[in-house]
Ligand binder design. Structure first.
Ligand code: FES
Length: 194
């Protein structure tokens, strides 16, 4: 026997399912993505920085004197505030006033003339030698060399910056060639660290 009530309930449920299936929803649309605008706005509030490029030859005594960089620009340190001054930086000595010394590169088998405003590393590179280095700022030990004349390294060179070698190592003749400016003649073995 046919259950009229059951058929009616079943038909109603089917009808509801069909109606829900074809309904168009609430027409909700996502809000606009403003994350990039927020990031740009934040970035604009942070002052631009001027980091040195990696492997920049001017770092630690190249063509530009550390004390001369940014003269007159924003953020310049007041006189005497910086760790280094122009007077402390041998790379600031003009070429025509710089003394020249004879440095024997023992492993390379050559003696070359090096100005007091040029680092030992730069002088070797100008000869085309592939000498070791990494930071070029006296902050690692990749460029270390050994002065073989005996005595303290700073009897022969001036370290513009040296954050790695202690007095004991320098007294054995070790130097960081990337920040070592000659002050007299000497012989050096490159690629030698304590
Ligand atoms: S290259 Fe790092 S101290 Fe010279």
């Amino acid at each position: 026997m046919v259950d009229v009530l059951g058929i009616g309930v079943g038909a109603t449920i089917v009808l509801l399912v069909v109606v829900l299936h074809f309904s168009r929803g609430t027409e909700w649309t996502p809000t606009e993505d403003i994350s990039s605008d927020v990031l740009e706005r934040r970035a604009s509030t942070v002052p631009e920085t001027d980091f040195p490029e990696p492997m920049n030859r001017s770092i630690g005594g190249g063509g530009v004197a550390a004390g001369a960089v940014g003269a007159g620009s924003e953020g310049e340190l007041e006189d005497g505030e910086g760790e280094e001054t122009v007077d402390d930086d041998p790379s600031a000595i003009p070429d025509d006033e710089a003394e020249t010394y004879e440095i024997e590169f023992v492993k390379e088998g050559t003696t070359i003339s090096v100005k007091e405003n040029t680092t030992v590393l730069e002088a070797g590179e100008e000869e085309g030698w592939d000498l070791p280095y990494a930071c070029r700022q006296g902050q690692c030990i990749s460029c270390a060399g050994h002065i073989t004349d005996g005595g303290h390294a700073e009897d022969y060179i001036e370290h513009h910056t040296n954050e790695m070698l202690g007095d004991a190592e320098m007294s054995e003749g070790y130097t960081l060639t990337c920040v070592a400016y000659p002050t007299t003649d000497f012989s050096i073995e490159t690629g030698e660290s304590p």
